[in-house]
Structure formats: C-alpha cells, structure tokens
Design a protein around this ligand. Structure first.
Ligand code: FAD
Ligand code: NA7
Length: 457
C-alpha cells in the first residue's frame, strides 16, 4: 500500500513540533508517512526567526515575524519547556528564567537539529493554495518555490496548518489618524524602541504588545508612554512616565482625544491592536474565523477541522502555554494520522467541541484561563505517548509570574523559577533586565562577565 503523504505548512515552533512528533514515532519503530514541510522563510523558527525587515521580504512575501530586537521572553521559560528536550539538555547548565529571543530560538533549533528533520523542510516555499477533492479525499497543494521561481503542485492525504496567527495585523481606523503628523505603525512593524527615545508615544491596545513595547520604550528613554485601552486597563504599577488612558475618540493633528474627555499631544503612535487569523491559501470554508481566544470554533480537540478531519491546525489558540502545548497538539494529530486511535463521528466530535466551548464560556479570570488551557493540554497528552508533566505546577508558575508583574513590571524578568521538567533552579541573570542593553546569545551566556563585573570596585 502507498504510504500516506502529509503536508505541514509552516516551520515555526508548531510545525517543528509536528516534525519532531513524526520523528519520535519513527525512532520508536513505527512506519511513518512521508512528511513534507513547506516554510516560506529561509529558516525555521517562525516568529522567533527575527527579521529586521518590515512590509515585504526579499522575495516580496509579507514579512512573517512580529518580534523585535529587544524582545525577551514575556513569560518564564519554565512554562514553555519541552517535556522531552529540556533546557538542561540543551544548554548543559542552568540559565535564567527569561531569556532573550535569540536564546529561545537556539533552544527550539537545538531540538529540531537533534531530531534530524531539516531534510523534510522545503525552505523559501510559500503555500499558495490547498484544495480538497472529496472524491479522491486528497489535497492538492500549490506552492511557490521562491528561490527557483517555480510553481509546484503536490498531492497529500492530510494537511497540517502551522502558520501561526500573530502575523497579519488588525488595523482599526481612528477618526483623524490619517493626518497625524508623526509616525504611525502597527506592533507588527515595530523592530526596536531606541527610535522612541525622547518621544511622547501613544500605544493603542491593552494587552501583551502594548505592555511590552511600552516598557521597552520606557527602558530606551521614551519621554512619555501612554497606553490606551478599550475594555479594561492592564492595571500594573507603571513607573513614572508610563500610564494608561481610555479609548481614543479621535485625533486632531498631533493631539489624541480620549473618550473620558482628556487629550494629549504625541510624537508617534503604535497600534498594539492584535492580529487576525488569516489563511489566504485555504478556501474560506476551511479557514478559522475567530477572535484571538483559547477555543477557536470549528476545531475538534482544538486541532482537527470539524468539517474536514483530514485538515488540522496547530497553535491556533491564544497562548498562555506555547511550545509544550504545540507538542501536545502535534503528538495528538500525529496519532490520529497514524490511526493509533479512531476518530469519533461528526456528531460526537461536535458534542465534544460544544462541551469545551461551554466550559470556556465560564472562564472569567486569568487564573481560570490558565487552568482551562492546562486542562486542554492534559486531555491531549493523556491520549498519546508525549511525556506527561506536572501541569498544575506550570499553572503555579504562571500565577507566580502574574504576581511578580503586579509587584513590579520592570523587574519581573529578574526572577528565577525551578524547572517543572527537571527541578533545576534557574539562575539569576548577570545583569538586571532594565540595565541589559545587549540581547545577544553570546552576552547572555557569558559567564566570564560575572567574574569581570564581580571584580569591579
Ligand atoms: P509562528 O511562529 O508564527 O510560525 C509560523 C510559520 O509559518 C512561520 O515560519 C511562517 O513563515 C510560516 N508560514 C506562514 N505562512 C506560510 C505559507 N503560506 N507557506 C509556508 N510557510 C508559511 N511565545 C512565548 O512562548 N514567549 C514569548 O515571549 C512570546 N513572545 C511573543 C512576542 C510576539 C511579538 C509575538 C507575535 C508572539 C510571541 N509569542 C511568545 C507567541 C508565539 O506566537 C509562539 O511562541 C510561537 O512562535 C507560535 O508558533 P507557530 O509555529 O504556531 O507560529
Ligand atoms: P492581543 O493579546 O490579541 O490583544 C489585542 C489588544 O488590542 C487588546 O487589548 C484589544 O482590546 C486591543 N484592540 C483591538 N482592537 C482595538 C480597537 N479597535 N481599539 C482599541 N483597542 C483595540 O494582541 P497582542 O498583540 O497584544 O499580543 C499578541 C501576542 O503577541 C501575544 O501572544 C504575546 O505573546 C505577544 P480588548 O481587550 O479586546 O478590548
């Protein structure tokens, strides 16, 4: 019998998790399908593959990554650690809890290299179209080979979409913004906060991007950082020079007027208004159409497209958990594809979706949201051979992280947590985050620095 053919679209952390999942089954002696992964960038790592570019890349494709030069992990690394490739295994010694982007890229790259899966990835290959033929029950996938300027089509039995959902900016309109004389960008185009030194900056949005770009800009010397929320303030104890105001009503030249009747003048505006689920290569009936939430509609167990269970999505949820959740999803989808368990019929699947959606509707606090996502992951891992880990302990780490942020938004990254996977206690980084201006892996891992700095008078 012909081997099944599987297409993975995207080689970010989710796509890499899928590659790892199949490799791990193969290493365990299972006869696995042919797996091809298409990645439109020149390297893997998804969001973590930083680009200085904005707009379009060297091939004219939309730049994928929304990450910026100064980005450090916004949650403790102990919450995202892979259960079967630990930080200890990768770095050979303890490191701090909040590494910069390059260090986390190194970690996910290390596991992928160890899995020996690079040959399965076709880089600089942008998927253009995925069509399902209900008679043959197979997908035709049309792909542009960007380096060789060739269009190819291949046929697959199942497709795994792992293209992420923090790349296509949500760009609302605001009255008068078109004549704001300063710079207006979306967080997707933000690459570094140095340019805002001395400026009065308005950040529109009340979530992670506003928070982090806000404190990065404060760190880099912005004169005033104002964050404008729509629903509720973030409520941190902001340092002097940073504060929150309600929604923008309109702009009048360089002045923003807020719905509470106050107004302020600004030099620059960053829209931190989130991202759209956007899957231009799929027909509309196969696309997730959801706000950024923990249980997007239409996915059985959060991964398998209800209307066509040969189509799967990884990482489609809003994310407290990240890398280890993508693993749990990848292992589940792999086992479904391998036939290790039977897919329930459409009614049963729908009942399951409805049950989880009702549970999600009851989630009213951040703590409940973290627990909901932990339960979701537990449910997936229980069905596969992915190593179960202490999800309650990870929840506790998340809650401690949230408490640290409440105490001081500028110092939470200086805290250290024990690994849930190995028990290893993280180190305290040699330099406080607010004082650290070099985000490189080399500087981060430097231990000589400790000795040099310790010997300073
Ligand atoms: P992505 O990382 O987005 O990868 C998707 C991949 O698909 C990309 O490589 C892309 O090039 C490829 N692709 C897209 N379209 C196509 C196509 N048509 N054809 C071929 N390839 C395609 N998470 C954390 O755990 N900690 C953090 O500190 C953190 N900070 C973040 C900061 C920012 C600014 C953002 C935007 C996200 C952050 N995240 C963080 C969450 C991040 O999204 C996840 O960590 C992770 O990158 C998601 O992995 P993914 O593989 O699902 O998607
Ligand atoms: P999020 O977490 O999806 O948040 C988007 C924010 O944008 C949220 O506070 C929204 O307000 C706000 N928003 C959306 N539309 C508007 C309009 N029209 N006016 C005002 N405010 C608006 O996106 P982030 O970019 O912060 O974070 C995404 C990921 O990047 C995250 O996982 C991090 O790891 C990094 P709301 O609260 O809905 O009223």
């Amino acid at each position: 019998m012909q081997r099944k053919r599987i297409a993975i679209i995207g080689a970010g952390p989710s796509g890499m998790a899928a590659l790892r999942a199949f490799k791990s089954a193969e290493r365990g002696g299972t006869d696995v399908p042919d797996v091809v992964c298409y990645e439109k960038q020149d390297d893997w790592g998804g969001q973590w593959n930083f680009s200085w570019r904005t707009g379009t890349d060297r091939y004219g494709e939309p730049v994928h990554s929304s990450m910026y030069r100064n980005l450090w992990s916004n949650g403790p690394k102990e919450a995202l650690e892979f259960a079967e490739y630990t930080f200890d295994q990768h770095f050979g010694r303890p490191i701090s809890s909040y590494p910069p982007r390059e260090v986390l890229w190194d970690y996910i790259n290390g596991r992928a290299v160890e899995s020996d899966v690079k040959d399965a990835v076709l880089f600089a290959h942008a998927v253009r179209r995925v069509e399902f033929d209900s008679e043959s029950e197979r997908f035709t996938v049309t792909v542009d080979d960007l380096r060789h300027k060739a269009t190819i089509t291949e046929v697959f039995d199942e497709v795994i979409v792992a293209t992420g959902h923090f790349s296509f900016p949500n760009v609302p309109d605001f009255e008068g913004i078109g004549t704001f004389p300063g710079e207006v960008i979306h967080a997707h185009e933000f690459r570094g906060a140095e340019r805002f030194a001395g400026q009065r900056l308005l950040l529109i949005g009340g979530s992670y991007s506003a928070e982090d770009i806000g404190i990065q800009s404060h760190k880099m010397g912005a004169r005033q950082v104002t964050m404008s929320y729509r629903t509720q303030p973030q409520g941190f104890a902001w340092p002097d020079g940073v504060d929150e105001v309600p929604e923008v009503a309109r702009f009048d030249g360089s002045v923003a007027h807020f719905v509470d009747g106050t107004s302020r003048e600004f030099d620059a505006v960053v829209l931190c208004t989130g991202y759209l689920h956007h899957y231009p290569f799929l027909p509309h009936e196969s696309r997730i159409d959801s706000p950024n939430n923990l249980y997007p509609d239409g996915l059985y167990r959060g991964v398998t497209w209800q209307k066509n269970p040969r189509l799967h999505y990884l990482g489609a949820q809003d994310q407290w958990f990240t890398f280890n959740m993508f693993d749990a999803q990848a292992w589940f989808v792999r086992d479904l594809i391998l036939g290790r368990f039977a897919l329930p019929d459409a009614d049963e699947r729908q009942a399951h979706i409805d049950e989880w959606k009702s549970a999600y509707a009851e989630v009213a606090t951040d703590e409940a949201a973290v627990r909901f996502q932990a339960d979701y992951i537990r449910d997936l891992i229980e069905q596969t051979d992915y190593p179960m880990f202490d999800l309650d302990e990870v929840v506790a780490t998340f809650l401690a992280w949230k408490a640290d942020k409440k105490v001081d938004i500028l110092t939470y990254r200086d805290k250290a947590y024990p690994s849930v996977m190995t028990g290893t206690m993280a180190t305290v980084h040699h330099t406080a985050w607010m004082d650290e201006l070099d985000d490189s892996r080399e500087r981060y891992l430097s231990t000589q620095l400790d000795a040099d700095e310790a010997s300073e008078p």
